[in-house]
Write a protein that binds this ligand. Sequence first.
Ligand SMILES: NC(=O)c1ccc[n+]([C@@H]2O[C@H](COP(=O)([O-])OP(=O)(O)OC[C@H]3O[C@@H](n4cnc5c(N)ncnc54)[C@H](OP(=O)(O)O)[C@@H]3O)[C@@H](O)[C@H]2O)c1
Length: 321
Amino acid sequence: MSTPRAPRWSVPLPDLAGMRAVVTGASDGVGVEIARAFAGAGADVVLPVRNRGKGDRAIAAIRATAPEATLTLIDLDLADLSSVAAGADALLAEGRPVELLVLNAGMIALRDPVRHTSVDGFELHFQTNHLGHVALVDRILPLLRAGGARVTVQSSLAARFHRVRFDDLQLEHGYSAFRAYGSSKVALSLFALELGRRSTERGWGLTTNVSHPGIAITNIGPAEMRDAPGAVARTARRIMDAGVGGTPAEASLPAVFAAASPDAVAGGFYGPGGFLGLQGPPRRRRPYPSIVDANAARRVWTVSAKLAGLTWGGRRAGASG
Ligand SMILES: NC(=O)c1ccc[n+]([C@@H]2O[C@H](COP(=O)([O-])OP(=O)(O)OC[C@H]3O[C@@H](n4cnc5c(N)ncnc54)[C@H](OP(=O)(O)O)[C@@H]3O)[C@@H](O)[C@H]2O)c1
């Protein structure tokens, strides 16, 4: 979780004092840096974590640059819907509106050819990267509405190469970790699109957009890519060995910009501005076709609500489309 060199780029943020930000996946990598940016601008930041020890270390790292920051851990494992519900309930019990939400947590099991399922029975990438986040948003919707929240989802370059396979959502056939990861990121991105649309339609007051970090040297990058088989990992290894890619702090900037800059727009797609979006200062980018398909977004919403038993403020899952 260390930051090896000073970031080459920065994002000026407004004063976020008095705002509450929730950042998933802030126990490591890019998420620590997103949380650090918000804390540095004065926000009170909640870190939902599945590992308290790592959460404590992340808080200590953030305090090194933002000593006055208000930082809170809640226990939340995205791969367990009962844990997501409990974590969300902890936030609901406090009752504080949430102004910024970044759905950044993610995993990829490139070195493991075996398909795994969560305790809830869903393919692990699908649940961790997508469904757990959707369940979190469903549960804390009252707080997001109260805060007029900006919701940013962390996608990936991998989303460019994949789509949601509605006929095999759990990748029971032809599983590969890269496919599972890529389609989970497409699903999450489409969820953001539909959440924004529904919010406008129903007057929830939320705005949503999508970011991706490019290539960042974190756990998910080198550790998974280093020994992974296959052409994708080989290419990624070459890219990283050539020194391309941002530090976690640099790679956090598209999400930081998307979530908190006054210049970021609802529905925008933000990523590094350099060659192929691998690294560079954050810019608005042209979204991949897979993440702007309105019909697919509606299907993702409906099927996710059904699978996770979501209610969206009391409505039956999937009701009203
Ligand atoms: N690094 C890249 O090159 C790259 C490229 C494209 C997209 N991304 C995306 O950027 C985001 C941040 O990744 P990163 O590079 O910072 O990776 P990372 O260093 O591995 O951090 C991932 C974070 O997600 C958390 N997480 C994983 N599974 C979880 C679960 N079941 N419940 C709760 N939290 C969980 C991890 O928690 P623990 O600390 O407990 O493991 C960690 O805080 C991810 O969404 C990733 O897909 C990264």
